[in-house]
Design a protein around this ligand. Structure first.
Ligand SMILES: [Zn+2]
Length: 321
C-alpha cells in the first residue's frame, strides 16, 4: 500500500501546474471567441483551437524565462490594505515611487495586460496574422489571471495559513469538476472598452477584495470536516489521484456563492472585449484578407522550442502565483 501511495503522490507532484489550470485557461480563450463580431470571427473561429491550446503558453514560459513570472500576479497586500491607494496605477508614477525592480518582485499583471493590449492593436494595424493570434492567446491568459483572487495576494497558495493546495483547488479542481457539466458560458457579445487600464485595474481589485473570502471559507469548511472527508482518491484525467473530494469541493463552491463560475464568465467577457477593443483601435482592418494563411516556419519552430523546453524544464520549485 505504501508503494502505491508513493507512486500516486509522485504522479500528483509530477503533473505540470498552470495558473487558472490548464483546463480553465483553454476554456476561457475558447468561449471568448464566440463573443466576437462576424468581422473578427472570420479569423478567430478557424483558429479557435490554436487560441485555446496556446492559452497556456505564458505559463509554459514561466519554466524557461526567469522574467516571465511577474506578469501573472501582484502581491498587492504588500502595498497596504484595500483599495491599495498607495500603489499608483500609472506605470511611470509607480516606478518613481517604488522602482522597477521592486514592482517586478511583487508582480505587475494589470500593467502587463495593457502592454499586451497595445501590442495586439499594433499587430492588427500591421495585419500580422501570426502576431495577432499569438498575442490574442497570451493576452487571454494574463486577463484571466487578473481575475483570480489568489493572484492578488501574498498568501497565494495558503502557504502562510496551512492551506497549501488551495490555489489549484480554486482554479483547477473546481472548474474541472463543474465547468462543462454545470456552468453557463453563454455570455452575449464583446464590448468596446473605453479605458482598458481602468477596466483591468477594477477587475484586479475585485480579485484582491475576494482573496480573504477564498481563504477564510476554505478554513471554516475544513474545521467542520475530517481529513478523510476533505480529501480522497478520485479520478482526474483517467488517473486515480489523491485530491480534494467532490463533496468538499461542492460545499466550498456553494459557500463561495459560485464565485469561480462568475470569475470565469467575467474573464471570458473581458478577454473577448480586449481583443475587440484592440481591433477597433487599429481601425477595424479587414481580417478576411488573412484567412487561409498558415503560421510561418519561424513561428512553428518557436512553438516547438517553447514546448520542448517546458517539457524538459525543472518544475519542482514552481508555484502558481
Ligand atoms: Zn498565469
Amino acid at each position: 500500500m505504501k508503494k502505491i501511495l508513493a507512486l500516486l503522490s509522485f504522479l500528483i507532484l509530477s503533473e505540470k501546474v498552470f495558473c487558472w489550470g490548464f483546463f480553465a485557461h483553454q476554456r476561457i480563450n475558447y468561449y471568448a471567441v464566440f463573443l466576437l463580431p462576424p468581422e473578427m470571427m472570420v479569423l478567430y473561429k478557424p483558429n479557435i483551437y490554436f487560441i485555446s491550446e496556446h492559452a497556456v503558453d505564458p505559463d509554459k514560459r514561466r519554466y524557461v524565462v526567469e522574467t516571465e513570472a511577474s506578469h501573472h500576479f501582484i502581491d498587492i497586500d504588500h502595498y497596504g490594505s484595500y483599495p491599495y491607494s498607495e500603489l499608483p496605477h500609472n506605470w511611470n508614477a509607480a516606478i518613481l515611487k517604488f522602482s522597477t525592480d521592486s514592482l517586478i518582485r511583487y508582480g505587475i499583471v494589470p500593467w502587463w495586460v495593457t502592454r499586451e493590449k497595445e501590442k495586439l492593436t499594433q499587430a492588427f494595424k500591421e495585419m500580422d496574422r501570426d502576431a495577432i493570434l499569438k498575442i490574442s492567446a497570451d493576452l487571454g491568459h494574463y486577463i484571466a489571471d487578473a481575475h483570480v483572487p489568489l493572484h492578488a495576494c501574498t498568501n497565494h497558495n495558503g502557504q502562510l495559513s496551512g492551506q497549501q493546495g488551495i490555489h489549484a483547488f480554486w482554479e483547477s479542481r473546481i472548474p474541472e469538476l463543474l465547468a462543462e457539466k454545470e456552468w453557463d458560458f453563454l455570455i452575449g457579445k464583446a464590448d468596446y472598452i473605453k479605458d482598458p487600464a481602468g477596466f483591468i485595474w477594477n477587475r484586479f481589485l475585485e480579485s484582491a477584495a475576494a482573496a480573504d473570502t477564498v481563504l477564510n471559507e476554505e478554513k471554516k469548511l475544513t474545521a467542520l470536516h475530517s481529513e478523510t472527508y476533505k480529501y480522497g482518491f478520485e479520478e482526474r484525467k483517467g488517473k486515480l489521484v489523491h485530491q480534494y473530494s467532490t463533496a468538499f469541493a461542492l460545499e466550498y463552491d456553494s459557500r463561495l456563492n459560485h464565485m469561480i463560475e462568475r470569475r470565469m464568465r467575467e474573464s471570458i467577457y473581458a478577454v473577448a472585449s480586449f481583443w475587440y477593443t484592440s481591433w477597433v483601435d487599429a481601425g477595424q482592418p479587414d481580417l478576411k484578407l488573412l484567412v487561409g494563411r498558415e503560421f510561418s516556419e519561424t513561428a512553428i519552430r518557436e512553438f516547438g522550442i517553447l514546448d520542448s523546453l517546458w517539457k524538459a524544464g525543472d518544475t519542482k520549485d514552481f508555484e502558481c502565483q
